[in-house]
Design a protein around this ligand. Structure first.
Ligand code: URP
Ligand code: ZN
Ligand code: ZN
Length: 454
């Protein structure tokens, strides 16, 4: 089966040109002007941007936090993803404290069966010991070449020595370790202080985790990575101060990669005074306008490498578990469907990012950093994960008008421009004119060693 995307403007992270794109057997076989259809199914891309399928570096589908299970599983989350142009997600397979990495990987493979988008797994390490270290060989062989370690959360938190040892081991495998950077011991004390002062609602959440909680942890991680002589990757960076600490490490010639998320670019902590404030309870919390601006500047300047969503959805009923105590509100928000529309509208159309930077941050850098060199680019031989982006579409995000299986969106009320009109997943025309036509076209992506991003 051949598909021809005709008369579009191809946008890659490092080039932009008019061309037709021919797809056959799941791969891009030709990119040039004037390709004759020759029996191929034709998608009219005139006036559209033809971009590599977007890659979300950070999702939590079907995650059991111990007190709540995310509203989205792989079925609903992956459908929402492709409707937004995201053809690959990197989800967090999570080790049980008393379990093995192999068990976690098997569990996540089971959860992801039938996914509508491609998927790979970062492995969240909950216990660092000789057995876990030895399992990194098996993980590399199974295509898992990135990890997450948490400085926070009961059941997940590891200590600095464990991070140091894991970084040294991961380096041998060409694997990256993303760290959730917050100071757990101090924030627990601050949660108690905030509650003792009489604040028990969601507005207590940002008070208990001010910017320095993240910045201190980023600075510490940078030094631990320096000692381990390993590259450092910070997930969901939310503060100007954290960015500064990462820049300081780079000035010492360290290799540092950063991920931020649309919520830290577009939403501020004023949202914690809203009637539905619980939906914004995530960690790290929403910050100040100055933080958003610093992160945008970090993207404009190329200091931040990726934009993932940290999609971790809970219904308002689940969020209500913390109605009398903000520390009991399940942490996380939805976002997997709207990342590209938000970045296009508030980044590209507002002149903060070029279209090529949008592709760099939503696709190409993720492909490079996470060992998927045949994705993230429209070129001959690449996997045919493709988005036909309609720049003229206009819509509003609401709490309910989306495909993720959750009754809220932190972006409800946002006007957005652009949409994923047609989406190809491994060459399968999964989204046609904005409508999901083929589900289950996703595949597991066994990934290789990390490569330097653009
Ligand atoms: O609040 C959040 N971000 N929940 C998801 C888990 C994590 O820390 O990424
Ligand atoms: Zn995290
Ligand atoms: Zn996360």
């Amino acid at each position: 089966m051949k598909t021809l995307l005709q008369n579009g403007t191809v946008v890659n992270a490092d080039s932009m040109f008019e061309a037709d794109v021919l797809v056959e057997n799941g791969r891009i076989v030709s990119v040039k002007k004037g390709i004759v259809p020759d029996g191929a199914k034709v998608i009219d891309a005139k006036g559209m941007y033809v971009m590599p399928g977007f890659i979300d570096t950070h999702t939590h589908f079907d995650l059991d936090t111990g007190s709540a299970v995310t509203a989205d599983n792989f079925d609903t989350g992956s459908k929402a993803a492709i409707l937004g142009g995201t053809t690959t997600v990197l989800d967090f397979a999570t080790q049980e404290r008393n379990g093995t990495l192999k068990e976690a990987l098997a569990a996540w493979h089971k959860k992801a069966q039938g996914s509508s988008c491609n998927y790979g797994f970062h492995m969240a390490i909950a216990r660092w010991d000789a057995q876990t270290a030895a399992e990194m060989d098996d993980m590399s062989a199974a295509g898992v070449t990135s990890y997450k370690m948490y400085m926070v959360y009961n059941g997940l938190k590891v200590d600095d020595g464990q991070i140091y040892a894991a970084l040294k081991e991961a380096k041998k495998h060409g694997a990256l370790i993303g760290i959730h950077c917050e100071n757990w011991e101090v924030l627990l004390r601050m949660c108690d202080e905030v509650k003792q002062s009489g604040v028990t609602g969601p507005e207590g959440h940002p008070l208990s985790r001010p910017a320095a909680i993240e910045a201190e942890a980023v600075a510490r991680y940078m030094r631990v990575a320096e000692l381990a002589d390993a590259p450092a990757y910070v997930v969901h960076l939310s503060t100007a101060q954290g960015l500064l600490e990462a820049r300081r490490a780079r000035e010492r010639a360290q290799t540092v990669y950063l991920e931020t998320c649309p919520q830290y670019l577009l939403l501020t902590d004023e949202r914690y005074l809203d009637a539905d404030a619980a939906k914004f309870v995530m960690s790290p919390p929403l910050r100040k306008k100055d933080d958003c601006e610093a992160l945008w500047q970090g993207l404009t300047a190329g200091d931040i490498q990726t934009i993932g969503t940290d999609h971790c959805s809970f219904t308002m009923a689940q969020k209500a578990a913390g109605k009398d105590d903000f520390t009991k509100i399940p942490n996380g928000s939805a976002g997997v469907q709207h990342r590209a529309q938000l970045i296009y509208t508030y980044g590209v159309l507002e002149g903060k990012l070029t279209l090529q930077q949008m592709v760099k941050y939503l696709s190409r850098n993720a492909a490079l950093l996470f060992g998927m060199p045949d994705r993230g680019e429209i070129k001959e031989g690449a996997a045919a994960d493709i988005v036909v982006w309609d720049p003229n579409a206009v819509s509003h995000i609401t709490d309910t008008d989306h495909a993720h299986h959750c009754d809220n969106s932190p972006y409800a009320g946002f006007a957005v421009k652009g949409r994923a009109k047609d989406v190809l997943v491994n060459g399968v025309h999964a989204v046609e004119n904005g409508v999901l036509k083929q589900s289950g076209a996703g595949k597991y992506i066994a990934r290789g060693r990390y490569q330097r991003p653009l």
